[in-house]
Design a protein around this ligand. Structure first.
Ligand code: MTE
Ligand code: MO
Length: 241
């Protein structure tokens, strides 16, 4: 599944019907302020009908857009969430949400920039530095990259080990000073502050240390692997860090 670009997918008729449905639903849900839970339910329902990736057109609150490459994503919370760290490491580990919350938290406020053009200024993210989890695991001398997997069962991302050790990359538990909601990739997403937002994998479930970079979902479909804001993907946006 998901082997083609969104623009190339789906029958045109189905897409028209889908967008029509979406427009009506959006009016009903987004007219009411403060209905975060209702909005998440709506986004989930919309994504359910959307094998095309067009949910990227949906507002996700506060200037964000909702993206998911899968039609549905299971909900995970304190009881069911697990993050595994494995691959070329001395000490593989599995973290619960409580484990992650017990580690030192770093809060950063930077702009968020999507490669499709939208930008959200001054967004607080908070969580555990990725470098801390990698240090705890102890990477082998042959390690050169990190691969990220998600409990949506489909999205992947990657960084070089050097990039992954930067201080401005978080395993984020909070966004805008609230626990990460499901629609933003909660309970835990990656946050790669200096790069386009597609690097910030939502619903993070696995961190695997590898020898070489394995291109992530969008990179296998043409986006740059080194996704520095303003210096990649043919764009000249203001850097976010
Ligand atoms: N698991 C997963 N992570 C993902 C994506 C996705 O489709 N699935 N989309 C990426 C893209 S292109 C963007 S712009 C952001 C959108 O995050 P948001 O839905 O919180 O606005 O998530 C990124 N991480
Ligand atoms: Mo994006």
């Amino acid at each position: 599944m998901n082997s083609e670009l969104p623009e190339e997918r789906g029958a045109p008729v189905g897409r028209r019907i889908f967008l029509g449905t979406l427009g009506l639903g959006a009016l009903g849900v987004f007219a009411a302020p403060g209905l975060q839970r209702g909005m998440e339910a709506f986004l989930g329902a919309a994504a359910e009908q959307d094998p095309t990736g067009l949910t990227g057109l949906l507002p996700n609150g506060g200037g964000f857009r909702y993206y998911s490459i899968t039609s549905s994503v299971p909900r995970k919370g304190a009881g069911t969430y697990r993050l595994t760290v494995d691959g070329l490491v001395d000490r593989p580990a599995t973290y619960t949400l409580a484990d992650l919350r017990a580690l030192p938290q770093t809060r950063m406020v930077r702009d968020v920039q999507c490669v499709t053009g939208w930008r959200v200024p001054g967004t607080p993210f908070e969580g555990v530095r990725l470098s801390r989890l990698l240090d705890a695991a102890g990477t082998h001398p042959s390690a050169g990259a990190v691969r990220f997997t998600c409990f949506d069962g489909a999205y992947t991302e990657s960084l070089t080990l050097e990039q992954a050790c930067r201080a401005d990359i978080l395993v984020a538990l909070r966004m805008r000073d609230e626990d990460l909601g499901h629609s933003h990739g909660g309970p835990v997403r990656l946050y790669v502050a200096p790069m386009y937002f597609y690097k910030s994998a939502k619903w993070l479930s696995g961190i695997t240390v590898t020898e070489d970079v394995e291109p992530g979902y969008w990179e296998a479909r043409g986006y740059d692997i080194d996704a520095w804001v303003g210096r990649s993907n043919g764009r000249d946006d203001e850097p976010t860090t």
